[in-house]
Ligand binder design. Structure first.
Ligand code: SAM
Ligand code: SF4
Length: 379
């Protein structure tokens, strides 16, 4: 078993027709080419919209090892996955994150990106920043999260870490050679919606100064129990993407950018005067399910076909991996996850799907004390 995991993997021979090379196409004809890989659920932040202040995490022994991640990723590549986003929890909490990036790079994906809270990007080891180590390991792009440009408010929303830590991380990322960094902003009515124009201006300034940062406004989603009444999800806290676009357009005219990805959840907008770009991710108000090409693998090795998937659409891989399953069995799990995919998941504003603890699921009900958070599924 250990030998099997440690043996260097050969690329899957895609010229041979087998379950290992069959594209991941669901019952609605959607071909899956994009995978979000959560490598840990642990985090050094406790964002009020994501998890509880006293969040408890699974022991790290339950996390997939770098070789398990490599094995799953290689098989997924054979099945047609071409883009991987490493996420979490906070992916940089893992001490072996650079080696994971190197392994994933060698699989040959067209694009390897990471979403991070940026707080550890500027940390150095033997004089080299984490950002530089990630760049050297082959990471193509970075998404960083930041929900306020005001230090006090930042602290209030994210509970830990500092705005300065994020700006240091961004600086380290640009110095390492990352370009067109994307910044995720979760917009919550009454909490940070008064900063939409500030963030738009930030996107413009970054472009003017030659260090382009594309700000992406995300609609607040009802995922998990966060233990904070002020920011816990309610329909009225969702700021519709359309409202965000109209507000920005009224100040600085914008137009749809002409390089939209076919399946990208974000709609991208560029400023008419050529300086800067923003994106909006209408996770609540506009279903992009029809176009969905994404699958998720959680840090404990569960394949999830959608952030809003019910428990019967979660497929566990880790135990199979640890009891010596074949590559074909793993491919079968991916096919099962894709086949289970619905045309769309319920995320109705008045009756959202709520995810409880991993394994438990209720629809349209109140949140459980141990809600599944974005950090467990991987945002
Ligand atoms: N820790 C990393 C970070 O914060 O960027 C990566 C994981 S985090 C779960 C991925 C993204 O999900 C972040 O941009 C975060 O802001 C977003 N997110 C978390 N909870 C959310 C929620 N309830 N609604 C919308 N976006 C959320
Ligand atoms: Fe951690 Fe990211 Fe969740 Fe914030 S959003 S608590 S940084 S995983």
């Amino acid at each position: 078993m250990t030998d099997q995991l440690n043996t260097p993997r050969l690329p899957i021979d895609t010229t041979k027709n087998s379950i290992l090379t069959e594209p991941l196409v669901d019952s609605f004809g959607r071909k899956h080419t994009d995978m979000r890989f959560s490598i840990t659920e642990r985090c050094n932040f406790r964002c009020t919209y994501c998890m509880r202040e006293d969040q408890r995490f699974n022991p790290s022994s339950l996390d997939l090892t770098p070789d398990e991640i490599l094995r799953i990723a290689s098989i997924a590549h054979g099945l047609g996955i071409r883009a991987v986003r490493i996420t979490g929890g906070e992916p940089l909490m893992r001490k072996d994150v650079v080696s994971i990036v190197k392994k994933l790079k060698n699989v040959g994906f067209d694009e390897l990106t990471m979403t991070t809270n940026a707080s550890l990007l500027s940390h150095t080891s033997r004089g080299v920043t984490m950002a530089q180590n990630l760049k050297d390991a082959g990471l193509d792009r970075l998404n960083v999260s930041c929900d306020s440009l005001n230090p006090e408010r930042f602290k209030k929303i994210r509970r830990r870490g500092t705005l300065q830590g994020v700006t240091n991380g961004l600086q380290a990322a640009y110095e390492a050679g990352f370009e067109e960094i994307k910044m995720n902003v979760v917009v919550i009515r009454g909490i940070n919606d008064d900063e939409i124009l500030d963030f738009a201006q930030f996107a413009r300034m970054s472009s003017i100064l030659g260090r382009e940062c594309i700000v992406r406004f995300i609609e607040h989603m009802p995922l998990g129990e966060t233990g904070d009444e002020q920011t816990s999800w309610t329909p009225d806290k969702v700021v519709p993407a359309e409202e965000i676009v109209n507000l920005i357009d009224s100040k600085w005219p914008i137009k749809i950018a002409n390089h939209q990805g076919d399946h990208a959840p974000a709609s991208r907008w560029s400023f008419d005067d050529g300086f800067g770009e923003i994106g909006v991710i209408p996770t609540m108000t506009n279903r992009f399910c029809g176009d969905c090409n994404r699958l998720r693998v959680t840090s404990d090795g569960t394949v999830v076909s959608c952030l809003f998937s019910p428990k019967e659409a979660r497929f566990r891989l880790r135990d199979k991996l640890r009891t010596g399953c074949t590559d074909e069995e793993i491919a079968q799990v991916f096919h099962g996850a894709v086949t289970s995919k619905k045309a769309a998941q319920n995320r109705n504003l008045d009756e959202p799907t709520i995810l409880e603890s991993p394994g438990a699921y209720i629809e349209g009900g109140s949140r459980g004390a141990q809600g599944t958070t974005m950090s467990q599924i991987g945002g």
